[in-house]
Design a protein around this ligand. Structure first.
Ligand code: ADP
Length: 350
């Protein structure tokens, strides 16, 4: 046997080994050529995606998946997918990724995340059920506490005051958790016109009521545009940001509520001259119950759920949140809306 022959056999063995290994992987792997056609796939691709090799060699995947959630993801993907239904069985949830390699070739990877999705569903149901079950007993306790007059039992007045404050706090946590559960289960929105002029007026009144004259509050309405979406949810998000600005700004500070156009759409922002937030906390602020300072949050009646609610509402509207903050100077929370969400005088709506 000459050297070439030995090398060829070694390469063939290596290739066989690589394919056997790919065959053992639980993830579906599909190699695509520069035109998005199947070059090769592993056995898991047959059960998860319905693509079998060599039968489907040369098939364009975009056409094959045109009518499934996978196809939808392929048309607009920019990152790993949220889970999508498997084309072979909608009960199976897949996380997809498209990884470039070589000369404009791509590796399509699908991972079965059904188990994770089920756990996530169990978590969501659990939180929703517990919150729902707590609501009635809390309302009863709160109602009785309201009936007790501290003047009848002066010795217990401070205790009563504290009990009322704490039961109110518990009620707020339960209401916020229920709001979050509802937002998580919601996939579409009421498509209504959300008029921004009255919205900003309401927000100003709310800010003034919360501030009780301790801050200078300014509203700038420069956009001359309305939004398209859910009035109730957008109000809840916008007023959460206003309430945070008031609660995390000391007396004498300023708060600016602003609605303005940008080249790509419009932005709603709330700026304050408050405590500010150290940079290392910014990425985690929208996690449930995440607080920079628990005592400051509790002291101001916070539940730690406000920014999670804001994030969910914005997600449902295809909008993003931007946070800029400097400790000791203040913060700006901005909700960035795409022009698709805007209703303007010149957009010819209605
Ligand atoms: P909370 O109910 O505690 O205010 P949020 O989810 O609304 O919960 O906010 C999370 C945390 O982010 C707060 O506890 C606070 O530490 C910080 N934060 C939010 N808004 C501001 C702000 N305008 N200025 C300073 N810190 C803020």
């Amino acid at each position: 046997m000459n050297a070439d022959h030995v090398r060829a056999r070694r390469l063939a063995t290596q290739l066989r080994d690589l394919r056997s290994v790919a065959g053992l992987l639980p993830d579906a792997l599909v190699l695509l050529d520069a035109q998005g056609r199947v070059r090769w796939s592993n056995p898991a691709a047959a059960s998860l995606l319905g693509i079998a090799w060599p039968r489907d060699r040369g098939v364009p995947v975009a056409e094959r998946f045109a009518r499934s959630e996978v196809g939808q993801w392929l048309r607009q993907h920019d990152d790993e997918s949220e889970d999508v239904a498997a084309p072979t069985d909608p009960a199976v949830r897949l996380q997809m990724a498209l990884i470039p390699f070589g000369d404009r070739q791509q590796l399509l990877r699908a991972r079965d995340v059904s188990h994770m999705s089920r756990l996530e569903q169990v978590r969501r149901d659990f939180v929703a059920n517990v919150s729902h079950e707590l609501r009635t007993p809390l309302t009863v306790i709160h109602g009785y506490l309201e009936l007790l007059d501290p003047e009848d039992v002066p010795a217990l007045a401070p205790v009563l005051k504290e009990m009322r404050a704490q039961s109110q706090r518990m009620r707020q946590i339960v209401e916020d958790l229920l709001a979050l559960s509802r937002l998580e289960m919601q996939h579409s929105l009421p498509e209504e016109r959300v008029e921004m002029a009255p919205m900003l007026e309401t927000l100003r009144r709310e800010a003034e009521a919360l501030s009780q004259g301790r801050h200078r509050i300014t509203v700038q309405d420069e956009a001359d545009a309305d939004l398209f979406g859910s009035l109730k949810d957008l109000h809840s998000a916008f007023s959460n940001l206003v309430s945070n600005a008031v609660r995390y700004t000391t007396e004498g500070g300023s708060i600016l509520i602003r609605w303005r156009r940008t080249p790509d759409g419009a932005e709603y922002s709330v700026s304050d001259t408050g405590y500010g937030i150290p940079a290392e906390h910014l990425a985690r602020l929208t996690e449930r119950f995440y607080r920079v300072s628990s005592s400051r949050s509790r002291g101001t009646g916070g539940t730690g759920l406000g920014l999670s609610i804001v994030k969910h509402v914005l997600n449902l509207h295809g909008a993003q949140m931007r946070i800029e903050s400097e400790p000791g100077k203040g913060s700006t929370f901005t909700c960035v809306f795409d022009s698709k969400r805007l209703l303007t005088a010149d957009s010819g709506d209605e």
